[in-house]
Design a protein around this ligand. Structure first.
Ligand SMILES: NC(=O)c1ccc[n+]([C@@H]2O[C@H](COP(=O)([O-])OP(=O)(O)OC[C@H]3O[C@@H](n4cnc5c(N)ncnc54)[C@H](O)[C@@H]3O)[C@@H](O)[C@H]2O)c1
Length: 469
């Protein structure tokens, strides 16, 4: 057993996380908070991100995160740019780097881009001079752990590595409560004595706060594939209710009533049945496309087509939203001023990755509309997402100011604050006729109609002041 590791005797174990993003940062903050006897270090190649983690302006917004970081940082939670030192000192290394969709070469637009993950594997191997457990925390194609093992053992030193799969199931916006009170923690390993020993080490971390019955263990391939499957099922629920919302709009049925009626069936359940402008976020689309790519790779074309349709319905839902706006606003959006309420892909996060709002904004600009974008957390990201279109877009945090003078409001994000605004005042400040397209079905549609708005929810009868002929 190699044993040259410098150990800080104050702590029982040194945990390192490579990749200080949404998952790495939040997960390590919670581990540090729940395990004061471990030293937890987060490293990242992005030095700016590390500086932000060490400042009062954390790089990500998650309810509860600031408090946890404040109480642990400098005590047993550290953020550092020194990756090599972090690797040398660690007993356990979590890998939580980004695995976006590949944009080039074979598998472009479908497969996972594993370049960041691969570089990390090599870096761990080259800097290690003592035995380590490597924990894949990211969402990876099934069998990636095998590639990790092959990279780690490709040079002939006497360091022993065990590779574990511990996919993260947190949802942005509720990351901290999800981590503190998870539905389950999944830990997969090789079913060898070494593999099981390493797996038990990771179980030992979570046992500090997660009830044992919620920590489940499995073989390593099932663990890897469970994460892709979970995201595919979640996204499929959204596309299923969104597909029904399209039919509701043609038939005067109400998708909320349907969701309520079917959700009471215990076999279906009532979660994730809200119709909307579509799902977003960094994971759903990329993970389904990754699953589709894997199925095609293994020759399972029917299975691939089935999952691919979930993404197709999501694209259709976004385009349907634009088409409804265009049709309703007299078939032209040229020079119309449209206010987007929300830009984050969901409430309680500043993350805009794959947000439907990006697509909607770009399509509205294509139609030559002018945009005013409002969001309590995501304006900086929105500016980056829409960079280069600056002439026709304003960014205004205050929703009253943002909506003033606009022809229409389109709700993109289900922030609570949008349900409690003084809509009478907003209506008075807007150009007439005034329209609201509620892409999240969060507003009181009847009340808005009575104020004077023409109201277009998702999957519910429209409330229009125009007489049908
Ligand atoms: N965001 C989510 O809600 C979520 C949930 C569950 C799982 N996941 C998965 O977790 C993984 C991480 O996702 P994320 O959202 O935290 O990504 P992220 O982009 O927010 O963070 C990844 C970080 O890794 C850093 N990085 C990349 N290469 C590196 C290297 N060689 N050395 C050190 N740092 C490096 C990047 O600079 C970045 O800060 C992905 O596989 C993702 O699919 C994400």
């Amino acid at each position: 057993m190699a044993g040259k590791k410098r150990k800080d005797d104050k702590f029982k174990k040194n945990i390192l996380c490579i990749g200080g993003g949404y998952v790495g940062g939040s997960t390590m903050a919670v581990i540090a908070h729940k395990c004061p006897h471990y030293k937890v270090t987060v490293v990242d190649i992005n030095h700016n991100r590390i500086n932000q983690w060490n400042s009062d302006m954390l790089p990500i917004y998650e309810p509860g995160l600031d408090d946890i970081v404040q109480t642990t940082r400098g005590k047993n939670l550290f953020f550092s740019a020194d990756i090599e030192r972090g690797i040398k000192e660690a007993d356990i290394i979590f890998v939580s780097v980004n695995t976006p969709t590949k944009t080039f070469g074979t598998g472009a637009g479908m497969a996972a881009d594993l370049q960041y993950w691969e570089k990390t594997a090599r870096q761990i191997r080259d800097a290690s001079d003592s035995n380590k457990i490597i924990v894949d925390k990211g969402t990876l194609p099934v069998k990636t752990a095998l590639a990790m093992e092959r990279i780690l053992t490709a040079t002939n030193n006497d360091v022993h590595f065990d590779v574990i799969s511990n996919p993260e199931f947190l949802a942005e916006g509720t990351a901290i409560s999800d981590l503190i009170d998870p539905d389950r923690v999944l830990i997969g390993s090789r079913e060898t004595p070494d593999g099981i020993h390493a797996r038990n080490e990771i179980v030992g971390i979570y046992k500090n706060w997660v009830p044992e019955e919620r920590i489940i263990t499995s073989d390593i391939w099932s663990s890897e594939l469970s994460k892709l499957t979970a995201n595919a099922f979640l996204a499929q629920r959204i596309s299923s209710i969104n597909a029904i919302s399209a039919l509701c709009e043609k038939t005067d049925a109400n998708v909320n009533e349907i969701a309520h009626a079917i959700g009471l069936d215990k076999r279906i359940g009532d979660k994730f049945l809200s119709a909307s402008v579509g799902f977003g976020g960094s994971c759903f689309q990329k993970d389904i496309l990754n699953l589709v790519y894997l199925c095609r790779y293994y020759g399972l074309n029917e299975v691939a087509d089935y999952w691919e349709s979930v993404v197709r319905i999501n694209d259709y839902q976004k385009e349907r939203f634009i088409f409804n706006m265009l049709l309703t606003m007299f078939n032209t959006l040229v020079d119309k001023k449209i206010c987007l309420f929300g830009f984050a892909f969901k409430a309680n996060t500043g993350d805009t990755r794959e947000s439907p709002a990006i697509y909607i904004a770009k399509r509205l600009i294509e139609e030559k509309a002018e945009l005013v974008i409002s969001d309590p957390q995501a304006l900086e990201n929105a500016k980056m997402d829409l960079g280069g279109m600056d002439g026709r877009i304003q960014y205004v945090e205050d929703p009253y100011e943002a909506a003033a003078g606009c022809d229409a409001i389109a709700v993109m994000t289900e922030w609570d604050m949008y349900t409690n605004l003084h809509y009478e005042k907003i209506y008075q400040s807007m150009s007439k006729p005034a329209f609201i397209f509620d892409g999240r079905n969060i507003l009181n549609h009847k009340m808005l109609f009575e104020i004077g708005f023409n109201v277009f929810p998702i999957g519910k009868p429209k409330l229009s002041h125009f007489r049908e002929r």
